[in-house]
Structure formats: structure tokens, C-alpha cells
Design a protein around this ligand. Structure first.
Ligand SMILES: Nc1ncnc2c1ncn2[C@@H]1O[C@H](COP(=O)(O)OP(=O)(O)OP(=O)(O)O)[C@@H](O)[C@H]1O
Length: 227
């Protein structure tokens, strides 16, 4: 589905990623310490930054030079860090912003309200008054309304209370079971590897390790990351 091959990218003259190749897989986990380049890699995948070298293939098409909106139209969706939502709008209005103008808009919203009971419960609550975990579910629901083939998630459980962490993890597993591919940056290495088909570890913008996911990979990855 998504293939990043030998990509180099950064900000202005600063190179952050150096020859990074990410394998394909239903769920691919991107791991690494703070500042390793994980978010940069996701921003590159969705097209917010362009590679100066290498290529990004999606569904067999070279999308390296396509803008984010065109990648979204092809079936990519991106949920950045930080549980972003329009705080002054209600849960429902946040969902309507994405669903309006799409065929079957109401059904698309209903499907996500059914997926996330907390959002259904607080449909008329302003998003700014939701808990961080609920806002994260809202951000994921908004992305899912676009019907993505690939969901790109940047630290979806960061700063979220443990009960909702488990729900979000369950959602990721469920999405994969539904056939949606996931590119996941996640600090909870145990969960990320359990959910992942493949993983990469980044350090200073380079891949230091890659392999098959699964619980058995945890010890190897922890050793490689010295944690
Ligand atoms: N907009 C930017 N302009 C310049 N440099 C940036 C920008 N964003 C990130 N960087 C730099 O790129 C490097 C990688 O940052 P990135 O956010 O991709 O890492 P990360 O692995 O996602 O870290 P974290 O886990 O802290 O989110 C860091 O050195 C960072 O300072």
C-alpha cells in the first residue's frame, strides 16, 4: 500500500531523514526516541513535506510530488499529534465538517458514532470540553469519515488516560481487521509491536532496525533502543 524508499527530507537546509526505507505492511510501526524523525516521516508520507531524494509510492503510484489533499483523495488520512479538533464546535459539528458534501454523509457520521460510543454520548458537547482521549477518538473518527485505505497516526495514545488508551489500541487493531492499513508512531512499544506486521526503528533520521512485528520483537527493539 505505502512504500517509502530511500527518502531524504527535512526543513529548509536541515536534513532530518537520511535514506529512510519503510517496508509495507497492514500495520507498520515507526519507533524511535524523541527527535528521531518519526513525525517528519509521517509528514512526508502525507505530503506536508516533499522528499529531496527517494520516493513515496501509494497503491503502486508515485505520489512523491502530490499535495496532501490529492493524497487524501487517493485514500490516505493523517491524524497529527495533539488531539486536534475545533474546540468551539460540538463533537457532531466537527464530524459534519468532514462529512458535508460527501455522499451518504449522515451514514458516514453514524458509522463513527457507533464505533466510538463516547462520541455518541457527547455528540452535542463542545469538542473543547471533551477529555483528551475523547478528542483523540474524534480526530480519528474525522479521518475515518474520508474512508481511507491508509490511516497515518502520530502518537494516538500520548497524554491520554489509561482506560481510553486501551480503547484506542483496540480501535487500531479493529481497523486493521477491517482492512485499513495503518502507519503508526507510538511510544507504547509493546502495543505498537503487537499490532504491527512490520516495524522500523529510527535514530537521528536513519533506520537502525527493521523487522516483523509481534510480541517477540519487543526485546530486540528495546535492546536496539537501549531502553
Ligand atoms: N518545522 C521544523 N523545522 C525545523 N526542524 C524541525 C521541524 N520539525 C522538526 N524539526 C527537527 O527535526 C528533527 C526530527 O523531529 P521529529 O518531530 O520528526 O521527531 P520525532 O521522532 O517525531 O520526535 P518526537 O517523538 O519528539 O515527536 C528534530 O531535530 C526536530 O528539531
Amino acid at each position: 500500500m505505502l512504500e517509502l524508499t530511500d527518502v531524504e527530507a527535512g526543513y529548509g537546509r536541515t536534513r532530518v531523514l537520511h535514506g529512510v526505507t519503510v517496508p509495507t505492511g497492514r500495520v507498520v510501526a515507526v519507533l524511535g526516541h524523541n527527535g528521531a524523525g518519526k513525525t517528519t516521516l509521517l509528514r512526508l508520507a502525507i505530503g506536508l513535506i516533499k522528499p529531496s531524494k527517494g520516493r513515496v509510492l501509494f497503491d503502486g503510484e508515485d505520489v512523491s510530488s502530490l499535495a496532501p489533499n490529492r493524497r487524501i483523495a487517493r485514500g490516505m488520512a493523517y491524524v497529527p499529534q495533539g488531539q486536534q479538533a475545533f474546540g468551539q464546535l460540538t463533537t457532531l459539528e466537527n464530524l459534519q465538517l468532514v462529512a458535508d458534501g460527501r455522499r451518504g454523509g449522515k451514514a458516514l457520521i453514524d458509522a463513527q458514532l457507533a464505533r466510538f460510543p463516547a462520541l455518541e454520548k457527547f455528540a452535542t458537547r463542545k469538542a473543547g470540553l471533551l477529555s483528551g482521549g475523547q478528542r483523540q477518538q474524534l480526530a480519528i473518527a474525522r479521518a475515518l469519515i474520508t474512508g481511507p485505505k491508509l490511516l497515518i497516526l502520530d502518537e494516538p495514545t500520548e497524554g491520554i488516560q489509561p482506560t481510553i488508551v486501551a480503547e484506542i489500541e483496540q480501535t487500531i487493531v479493529q481497523l486493521a481487521a477491517e482492512g485499513i492499513h495503518v502507519l503508526l508512531v507510538e511510544q507504547h512499544i509493546g502495543f505498537a509491536l503487537e499490532a504491527a506486521e512490520r516495524y522500523v526503528v529510527l535514530a537521528s533520521g536513519r533506520v537502525t532496525q527493521t523487522g516483523d512485528g509481534g510480541a517477540a520483537a519487543t526485546a530486540t527493539v528495546r535492546a536496539a533502543m537501549a531502553i
